[in-house]
Ligand binder design. Structure first.
Ligand code: FE2
Length: 500
C-alpha cells in the first residue's frame, strides 16, 4: 500500500487562527522550573474554627428570626431515587450528619469535580459531579444502617449506633480528595506515578480542616469520639468492627459502589449498572462478630450487582473512545509539564505552576489541592488552545471540541502502518501515535475483603462458597480489553484505511 501524506504538524490544529499576540501573563523567562509554592495559600473552601463558630451563630439566628423549624424534614432531589428525592429526618443522628456535613465547604467543593473522567464525551449526559455521589452515598449508608440496626438485638444495636454517625460521615466525605479534571483522570494527569492519590489527599483535607472537624465535634454531644471514629474508618483500622469500614470501602459490594453503579447508569443513559437496590439493602445484616453480611436469600441480587458493575466497566468506563480521550488528557498534562520545565508555557496560574512542578500530591499544599477544580482546569484548557506550541494547542482544541484520535487494534500490521504514516507526516510519535494500555478488571483480590454471607442455617461464609456466579467471578481474570493505537484523523485525509 502506498501511503500519501498531506498533513503536517502545523496544520493539525482545528482552529489555528492568527498567530497569538504576546500575552501579559507569558511566563517564558520568569518561571522557575524547580518545585515552588507560589501564592495559592488561601482557600475559599475551608473554614477555620472561628469561621465555623460564626457561621453556626448566623444560621441559628436566622432560623429563630424567620420561625423555621430546625427539626423539620429535609428533602433532597436526587435523580437516582424513585420520585427523585432523599428524605432526611433531623431527629435521627445519621441524617443530621448528612444535613450538617453537606453544607461544609469541603463537601460543597465537590460540586466542581466531575464524577467521570471522559465518559461525557460518549454518553452526553455523563456530566454529573462528585457532590451528588457523596451525599447519595451518605444517604444510602444511613438507610442501610437503619436496616442492620432493626435486625440486631439490643446490645448489638447499641454497638451499631456507636459507630453509625461516623460511617455516614465517611460515606459522604469519602471522595473529597478528588481533583479536576474528572476525578481519577485528574490523578493520572497530575500525579502519574502516585497510586490512589485522592485517598491520601482526602485524608489530608479532613485532617487539616478545622471547620469540618468542629462540625463533627458539635454534631453529637453524646459521642465525643466521632472524629476519631471517622479517621479510624478511613484508615480501615483493625480495632473497629469490620462492618464499619466494609460498608464504605470493602471489596465486592460497598455503599460507594452501590451509589455509583446506579448514578452513573442514570446519568449516562444506560441500563448496565441497574439492579434491585431495595432487595439488596433489605438483606444486609451485621454478624455476631461485627462483620458485614448479606442474608442467603439476597444472593441473587448481589450477583445482579456484580454483573451490573462488570458491564458498567466494560461498556462505559472502558469504552474505546473514553480510553483514547483519557490518554489524550494525560498527554496534554505531559506536554504542559514539558513546556513549563523548559520555561515555554504561556499560561499557568500560580496553582498550575505548583501542580506542574509536583511529583506527587504530597508536594502540594492543602489550599493548592483544594483549588484544583473544574473551573481552574477549564480556564487553562481554553487558554492552551491559543498556545504557540502546536502540540499543546492542538491537544487542547481537540479535547475542548471533542475530536478524539481515531483508534485501531494494536496489531503488528496496524502498528507498522500507523508508525509509517505518523513518521512521514513529521509528527512526534510520542504525541501522535498514542498507545492505549489494555485494561482488565480482576475480581479475585477484590472478593478477599468482601462482605460475608449469613446462610439460612446460621453459618457465616464467603460469597463464592454460596454462589456459583461469585465463584466464577473469583476465577475470572476479567474480560480483557485489548491495547489500542490512536492517531489524529487528519492523517487519513486521502482516505488511507486500516483494519479496525
Ligand atoms: Fe466514591
Amino acid at each position: 500500500m502506498i501511503i500519501s501524506l498531506v498533513v503536517k504538524s502545523e496544520c493539525i490544529c482545528m482552529f489555528p487562527g492568527p498567530e497569538p499576540e504576546p500575552r501579559e501573563d507569558v511566563v517564558d523567562e520568569s518561571i522557575d522550573s524547580g518545585v515552588v509554592y507560589p501564592d495559592c495559600s488561601d482557600s475559599v473552601f475551608q473554614l477555620t474554627e472561628a469561621q465555623f463558630a460564626q457561621r453556626e451563630l448566623v444560621r441559628i439566628a436566622y432560623l429563630r428570626e424567620c420561625g423555621k423549624d430546625p427539626s423539620a424534614e429535609r428533602f433532597l432531589r436526587d435523580a437516582t431515587v424513585p420520585d427523585h428525592g432523599i428524605r432526611l429526618d433531623p431527629r435521627r443522628i445519621e441524617d443530621r450528619v448528612i444535613i450538617a456535613l453537606m453544607d461544609q465547604p469541603l463537601i460543597q467543593r465537590t460540586r466542581s469535580i466531575r464524577q467521570l473522567g471522559t465518559a461525557h464525551l460518549v454518553f452526553m449526559d455523563g456530566n454529573h459531579v462528585r457532590f451528588a455521589h457523596g451525599v447519595g452515598s451518605g444517604a444510602l449508608a444511613a438507610q442501610a444502617i437503619e436496616i442492620i440496626a432493626s435486625r440486631a438485638n439490643r446490645m448489638a444495636e447499641a454497638e451499631i449506633r456507636k459507630y453509625s454517625p461516623a460511617v455516614v460521615a465517611v460515606s459522604i466525605s469519602h471522595d473529597v480528595g478528588h481533583v479536576a479534571t474528572g476525578s481519577h483522570l485528574g490523578e493520572s494527569m497530575w500525579f502519574p506515578n502516585e497510586k490512589k492519590a485522592h485517598e491520601k489527599i482526602g485524608r489530608r483535607f479532613v485532617g487539616e480542616d478545622l471547620g469540618f472537624q468542629n462540625c463533627l465535634r458539635t454534631l453529637d454531644s453524646k459521642n465525643p469520639h466521632l472524629l476519631d471514629h471517622v479517621l479510624a474508618i478511613m484508615d480501615e483500622d483493625s480495632s473497629l468492627p469490620p462492618w464499619t469500614w466494609k460498608m464504605v470501602s470493602g471489596g465486592g459490594w460497598n455503599i460507594d459502589r452501590e451509589d455509583w453503579t446506579l448514578r452513573d447508569s442514570v446519568h449516562c443513559g444506560v441500563n448496565y449498572g441497574r439492579h434491585d437496590r431495595s432487595i439488596l439493602l433489605n438483606n444486609l445484616v451485621v454478624t455476631d462478630e461485627g462483620d458485614l453480611a448479606i442474608r442467603e436469600r439476597g444472593l441473587e441480587v448481589m450477583e445482579q450487582f456484580f454483573e451490573a458493575r462488570k458491564h458498567l466497566y466494560n461498556s462505559v468506563y472502558y469504552h474505546e473512545v473514553c480510553r483514547v480521550a483519557f490518554e489524550m488528557f494525560v498527554k496534554l498534562a505531559e506536554r504542559a509539564r514539558e513546556l513549563y520545565a523548559a520555561k515555554k508555557l504561556e499560561t499557568a496560574d500560580p496553582r498550575m505552576q505548583s501542580v506542574l512542578s509536583a511529583t506527587t500530591s504530597e508536594d502540594l499544599s492543602v489550599p493548592c489541592l483544594l483549588g484544583m477544580t473544574e473551573s481552574w482546569f477549564g480556564y487553562h484548557l481554553e487558554a492552551w488552545t491559543q498556545s504557540r506550541d502546536p502540540i499543546l494547542s492542538d491537544y487542547a482544541t481537540k479535547l475542548l471540541t471533542r475530536k478524539p484520535f481515531k483508534h485501531f487494534d494494536d496489531t503488528p500490521e496496524n502498528r507498522e502502518r500507523l508508525t509509517a504514516i505518523v513518521s512521514a507526516a513529521g509528527l512526534d510519535p510520542n504525541y501522535y501515535l498514542l498507545e492505549v494500555e489494555p485494561v482488565e478488571h480482576k475480581h479475585d483480590k477484590d472478593l478477599s475483603s468482601a462482605l460475608r454471607v449469613l446462610a439460612r442455617d446460621g453459618k457465616v461464609g464467603n460469597l463464592e462458597d454460596y454462589s456459583q456466579v461469585m465463584h466464577a467471578f473469583q476465577g475470572m481474570q476479567g474480560v480483557a480489553l485489548g491495547a489500542l493505537l490512536a492517531v489524529p484523523e487528519e492523517v487519513f485525509v486521502r482516505g488511507v484505511s486500516f483494519q479496525n
